[in-house]
Design a protein around this ligand. Sequence first.
Ligand SMILES: NC(=O)c1ccc[n+]([C@@H]2O[C@H](COP(=O)([O-])OP(=O)(O)OC[C@H]3O[C@@H](n4cnc5c(N)ncnc54)[C@H](O)[C@@H]3O)[C@@H](O)[C@H]2O)c1
Ligand SMILES: [Zn+2]
Ligand SMILES: [Zn+2]
Length: 395
Amino acid sequence: MQALTYQGATNVAVKEVDNPKVEQATDAVVRVTSAAICGSDLHMYDGRTEVETGKVLGHEIMGVIQEVGDGVKQLKPGDRVVLPFNIACGDCYNCVRGFTNACLTMNPQMAGAAYGYAGMGPYNGGQAGFVRVPFADFNALKLPGEAGDELERDFLMLADIFPTAWHACELADVQMGSSVAIYGAGPVGLLSIMSARLRGAAEIYCVDMIPTRLDKAREMGAIPINFKEGKPSEQIAALRHQSPLAEALRPGEEKRLEGVDCGIDAIGYQAHDFSDPQHEETQEVLEDLAAVILPTGHAGIIGVYMNDDPGGANEDLKQGIFKIPFGTFWAKGITIGTGQAPVKRYDEMLRDLIIGGQCRPGTIITHEAALEDAPEYYRRFDNREEGMIKVILHP
Ligand SMILES: NC(=O)c1ccc[n+]([C@@H]2O[C@H](COP(=O)([O-])OP(=O)(O)OC[C@H]3O[C@@H](n4cnc5c(N)ncnc54)[C@H](O)[C@@H]3O)[C@@H](O)[C@H]2O)c1
Ligand SMILES: [Zn+2]
Ligand SMILES: [Zn+2]
């Protein structure tokens, strides 16, 4: 089969590799119909991880069951499925508590496994013709309809970024009536807007600098904030003070307008400097979150912060040591939530919202391409080409 493989920093290539097989009785092999490129793939593409040469990339995968082992009871060839990016056993201490992002048995190196990802176990990804799914009954979510139908793009978002965005809202405690600031209008940030609206947020701000992404954020119901025009926390406070809410507050309560209840970092450690966007600046977003989140609020840091980063700008950053204004977080009593999303926890519920016509997460997809053109799309996506938000590939 053809597969997109990692060949070194900024170098990926489509190669002919062996088809995956059923290795354990509980495995299935899925014929991939769509696989997305993720902002997370770019950390590897940029040479910021220790991913091995030749690894097949891709952790946002859907398709049709091709073959199952004797131990697979719930699935049969021909079933349409999407694969949560976390690979989990379903039985360990963390899996039974719903933390499939920290499965203790699937990755010999650490807690948590995934398809086609640096440090996440020996599993190939799904930017390929076929992919092997361990413990398939647990790790594949059944879908209605036919491959390639009108919900294909929406269902593909269930592999990672829609449940990830939902998890960001869980971490940030977005509730009915909340005010929310989302940093980053990439796919995760945009679907955090969608999730926050589904959860009943009253007011949503979304920060970025790319005009088409900010336009999309506005279209999806957020107030766009361009960080090139000044510190986001200050822009947000100024806008909040103009809100009609100001008239309804009692003396002293104006402090509610200085920020928001919930802050989401949907950027991660490769954030751009607010005043010099050519450069990376890891700290500023965390500082601005501390500034913008109101006392007793919540921060959902869903963007990735690597614990070792060969491309880090200094010794601390190389070891994953990031400076944060902890005193401000503490003084305000802000709860900080981090980590990988436990996709399976939310996936059935989000699938049913899609089936019920309540949301169309696939509307953030801007480009569809053949697998053989993947290297070109990696390059363009890595350059954050204007107008390119989410790319999906068809083997
Ligand atoms: N925790 C998880 O389980 C999980 C899952 C999927 C993705 N992620 C991570 O989420 C992050 C976002 O993913 P994505 O696919 O949306 O990526 P993306 O790179 O397409 O989006 C990031 C956006 O942030 C913007 N940005 C950069 N610096 C900024 C700054 N200082 N202020 C405001 N905006 C800024 C960029 O212009 C870009 O639009 C990545 O770090 C990705 O690895 C985490
Ligand atoms: Zn992803
Ligand atoms: Zn487990």
